[in-house]
Design a protein around this ligand. Structure first.
Ligand SMILES: *Cc1c(COP(=O)(O)O)cnc(C)c1O
Length: 473
């Protein structure tokens, strides 16, 4: 494609993007295509000859769009948000245009230095101590893997990197029963074996019970097993429970155990000073991750990983092949040594665009708005005798179920709520998902879209109420 065509199609595409975002409310939130439907519209063989951009776009509109779930739709209340925003999209266009591999300082000094500064901005925005250094990872899953590997290297004096696991030594990893599946994955990849995970019991609010953690550690020590790492979650995936950081940190400090904090979703709420109670005890934390790509208006992927000791992180991942040595190595951050991949996208740019476009106060206002909408919905649910709340609502997630009088049978309630979920989602008007809490099927309603309003939430709530009462009367 020559530049004159690129210029024309580029302008057209920006128009397409603006139209899409302007009219997104008219689209069904979740694609209702059937499995295999998209595949069968794609030719089995790649085209031998060039096709026009117009014909590619025609197919994009005809084949791809109907097969998309619209994650930026204001009535997307499923999972957690995966925020995007206009300044973030524009920055992504620039990043793609520059097409730079930002693996070391020399391969793009601006990318390395802007990343360092954006991590400092974020640390200040969420109230982390000055002593933390940050790096952008692709996902929280990768950051947690980095934490576990760093903990392993620290405890072994960087010996396991060299010699592998010593024969007969067993390690244990502690997290709550509500922890995200990325911990299981990281433990598998690190070669520790899933058997090394201790799932600590939670209280009624689904937060880890520190006393249970203490007992599990004592039991392992008595059996000659080495406690390696505790993972505390601020905002669990099922119900956004908050593990109590301070007592967990005390236990880790007493036993010299690495403490990693997974705040993938809820970390963004720390921009609000009134939410900082969650990080009381942060001084005892070794590593901390949160995802601006979830709830801070920044496109996927952008996960902010902070560590107390960058030396430990770098020593865990450092590589020094001849072809990557540069004269500045001692004076700059070469982020290839701060995580798994060598090649890196210029992801700091979109953070810079987002934070400057909205300002800290703009980001605070949006997140506060989501929290207020979730409180509003919680109050509405509390007022209805045939609905019940199933978990506290500290952020933007509301977990509840329909529970009509006389329906005491848990199995039947699971069925009823499952049917409500399927019915409301099939309307295409809203999209919610479910989880299980204490083995009870629960509707999970997440509020965190960049453009969601109280009216959107009210419409969804009316639809759920009406559907519940109609399908079960
Ligand atoms: C979303 C989420 C993750 C996974 O995040 P990725 O960036 O997709 O790896 C991990 N932990 C929690 C608590 C989450 O909510």
């Amino acid at each position: 494609m020559d530049i004159s065509k690129f210029r024309k199609h580029g302008h057209d595409l920006v128009d397409w993007m603006a139209d899409y975002l302007e009219n997104i409310r008219d689209l069904p939130v979740r694609s209702n295509t059937q499995p295999g439907n998209i595949k069968k519209q794609i030719p089995g063989n790649p085209p031998k000859d060039s096709e026009s951009f117009d014909s590619i776009m025609r197919d994009f509109n005809a084949i791809i769009i109907p097969g998309m779930t619209h994650w930026q739709h204001p009535s997307f209340h499923a999972y957690f948000p995966a925020n995007s925003s206009p300044p973030s999209v524009l920055a992504e266009m620039l990043t793609a245009t520059l097409g730079a591999q930002c693996m070391i300082w020399q391969t793009s000094p601006a990318a390395a230095e802007l990343e360092e500064m954006m991590m400092r901005w974020l640390a200040k925005m969420i109230g982390l101590p000055k002593s933390f250094d940050g790096v952008i990872q692709d996902t929280a899953s990768t950051a947690t893997l980095c934490a576990i590997l760093s903990a392993r290297e620290k405890i072994s004096g960087f010996e396991i990197n060299k010699h592998g696991y010593p024969f007969g030594q067993h390690f244990a990893i502690y997290c709550s029963t509500e922890t995200h599946s990325s911990i299981d994955k990281a433990v598998k990849i690190a070669g520790l074996g899933s058997d090394s995970i201790r799932r600590i019991k939670v209280d009624k609010a689904y937060a880890m019970i520190p006393g249970e953690l203490d007992n599990a550690i004592a039991k392992d020590l008595a059996e000659g097993i080495t406690p390696l790492c505790v993972i505390a979650t601020l905002g669990t995936t099922s119900s956004t429970a908050v593990d109590p950081l301070k007592p967990i940190g005390d236990i880790c400090a007493e036993n010299s155990i690495w403490l990693h904090v997974d705040a993938a979703y809820a970390g963004s709420a720390l921009v609000l000073p009134e939410m900082r109670w969650m990080i009381d005890g942060i001084e005892q934390v070794d590593s901390f991750v949160f995802n601006p790509h979830k709830w801070m208006l920044t496109n996927f992927d952008c996960s902010a990983y902070f560590v107390k000791s960058k030396e430990t992180l770098i020593r865990t991942f450092e590589i020094m092949p001849e072809y990557l040595k540069t004269p500045e190595d001692q004076r700059v951050n070469n982020y290839r040594d701060w995580g798994v991949p060598l090649g890196r996208r210029f992801r700091a740019l979109k953070l810079w665009f987002v934070i400057r476009s909205y300002g800290v106060s703009g980001i605070q206002k949006i997140i506060k708005g989501h929290i207020n909408m979730a409180q509003w919905l919680k109050n509405e649910i509390d007022r209805e005798t045939d609905f019940e709340m199933l978990a506290p609502v500290p952020f933007g997630l509301v977990c509840f179920r329909y529970h009509p009088q006389g329906a005491a049978d848990e199995e039947r309630l699971d069925e009823i709520n499952h049917r409500i979920l399927e019915t409301v989602n099939a309307t295409g008007k809203i999209y919610i998902t479910h989880t299980k809490l204490q083995d009870r099927y629960c509707l999970r309603f997440s509020i965190g879209q960049a453009i969601v309003t109280r009216d959107d939430v009210e419409m969804a709530w009316k639809l759920i109420k009406k559907t519940a009462r109609e399908t079960n009367s």
